[in-house]
Write a protein that binds this ligand. Structure first.
Ligand code: DOR
Ligand code: ZN
Length: 444
């Protein structure tokens, strides 16, 4: 049976669309009809009509930074449980990071993931390892990885510290048109650190992770990008494309702003926890391991710089860095806890609460940050709101107030610092890969 949604706010930044309207989806997941106010759609016989007044129907959200842990760490998350978490979070697509065991540095593992993803209701793109076995010593086989369909390269979880290797990575990735995603961290500076270095790390007696450990690697990389782009025409495919994962400091944002002004092909993402929390929250949590991630929650000053960069466009997109860990890896003392938190199911709520409700960004910009921009960075096809197109949509109730309960998460892991936090804005369904999956409580 077809389903007609009426009175919704239809947002697709790729088509500069932000209008009230109605959209009808076929049983098979195609857009059958669409109309924008003042026009509307009349329901034919046998069409289920849902009045979605106040709701947003957006181009499907895409998270370009997830850890699904398979193969190797299935006790934390599997491709299937990760996909269930993505659906619950309103995402129709994700890209998975290669720090699995074995890591994703050759086509066999890419094919393994693609095979398991085929029957799941969300698109799962794969990011290949930047260096062989993620050791940072020599680049991996980009020709084979590109042929197997990876959309970017990264050693996320660790940086590439060696400048010669990084240079090779930029040169060869550009030859295959692949985005290079760096986890910016000078590990010589961060060694043994547990949280952001500053007043609160001193108060807690925890070893600090200095903010300069991020910007120093970004600075080196941007120097390489600048050097390698020199003399090449503006649209040369050989110019490196560089993306900074989970940016967290004021200084790194300043570097990105300058590099963009110069015309370098540079982009960055921020994780919701870096605009929602700061190191003060680590202090107030009382050594709760769920507040430990890498990069760590930074100072309020850094957090303010992140908010400013989200508003002025320096930050290109929001990515969750969904990093599931089992309870015993988190509930073991702050300094021993594994780095990372689950993020797929709280991203929309945190974005609407901290960015939209505060009027820092419009709902359309929020959708751009969560959908259009990451798709563009990974060169995925644009989503179209037109008759006959496959429905790739996220349904959001922007004013729904709800409380995060980590025991209800669909992820296999529950390591979130947002347990019991009240949020405004909730994902309530997706249309993806021929399926319409709606939150029964909302659409009863
Ligand atoms: O907090 C983090 N967790 N940061 C990373 O860079 C890696 C990730 C993980 O894989 O758990
Ligand atoms: Zn990560």
């Amino acid at each position: 049976m077809s389903t007609l949604f009426t009175n919704a706010r239809l947002i697709n930044p790729a088509e500069r669309l932000d209008s009230t309207g109605a959209i009808q989806l076929s049983d098979g997941g195609l857009i059958e009809a669409i109309a924008f106010e003042p026009q509307t759609l009349e329901a034919a016989m046998n069409v289920r009509v849902i009045d979605f007044t106040g709701g947003i129907i957006a181009s499907g959200l895409f998270d370009m930074h997830c850890h699904f842990r398979e193969p190797g760490f299935e006790y934390k998350e599997t491709i299937s449980s990760g996909a269930a978490s993505a659906v619950a979070g309103g995402f129709t697509g994700v890209a998975v990071m290669p720090n699995t065991e074995p890591c994703i540095d050759h086509p066999g593992i890419v094919h393994y993931i693609q095979h398991h993803a085929a029957s799941l209701p969300v698109d799962i793109e794969v990011i290949g390892a930047l260096t062989a076995a993620r050791k940072g010593e020599k680049i991996s086989g980009y020709a084979d990885l590109a042929a197997s369909g990876v959309k970017a390269l990264s050693d996320d979880g660790s940086p590439v510290m060696n400048s010669r290797v990084m240079r090779h990575a930029f040169e060869y990735a550009a030859a295959f048109g692949l985005l290079v995603i760096q986890h910016c961290e000078d590990t010589c500076l961060t060694d043994g650190g547990a949280m952001n270095e500053g007043y609160y790390s001193s108060l807690l007696g925890l070893r600090g992770i200095a903010s300069i450990s991020e910007s120093i690697v970004a600075s080196r990389d941007l120097s390489l990008v600048r050097y390698l782009a020199e003399g090449l025409p503006e649209h040369s495919p050989l110019r490196p494309r560089y993306h900074i994962a989970h940016i967290s400091t004021r200084e790194t944002l300043k570097l990105v702003r300058e590099a963009k002004a110069e015309g370098l092909q540079v982009s960055c993402e921020v994780a919701p926890h870096h605009f929602a929390l700061s190191d003060k929250d680590v202090f107030e949590s009382g050594y709760d391991g769920n507040f430990r991630m890498n990069p760590p929650l930074r100072s309020d000053r850094d957090r303010e710089a992140v908010l400013e960069a989200l508003a002025d466009g320096t930050i290109d997109c929001i990515a969750t860095d969904h990093a599931p860990h089992a309870e015993h890896e988190k509930d073991c003392g702050f300094a021993q806890a594994a780095f990372g938190i689950v993020g797929l199911e709280t991203a929309v709520g945190l974005t609407f609460t901290h960015l939209v409700e505060t009027h820092l960004v419009t709902p359309a910009r929020a959708i751009e940050l969560l959908s259009t921009a990451p798709r563009k960075l990974l060169q995925l096809p644009e989503i179209h709101f037109k008759v006959g197109a496959p429905a790739n949509l996220t349904f959001i109730d922007p004013k729904a107030a709800w409380t995060v309960d980590t025991s209800n998460l669909k992820s296999k892991s529950h390591n979130s610092p947002f347990h019991n936090v009240r949020l405004t804005g909730k994902p309530v369904g997706i249309a993806s890969k021929g399926r319409l999956i709606l939150d029964h409580a909302r659409f009863a």
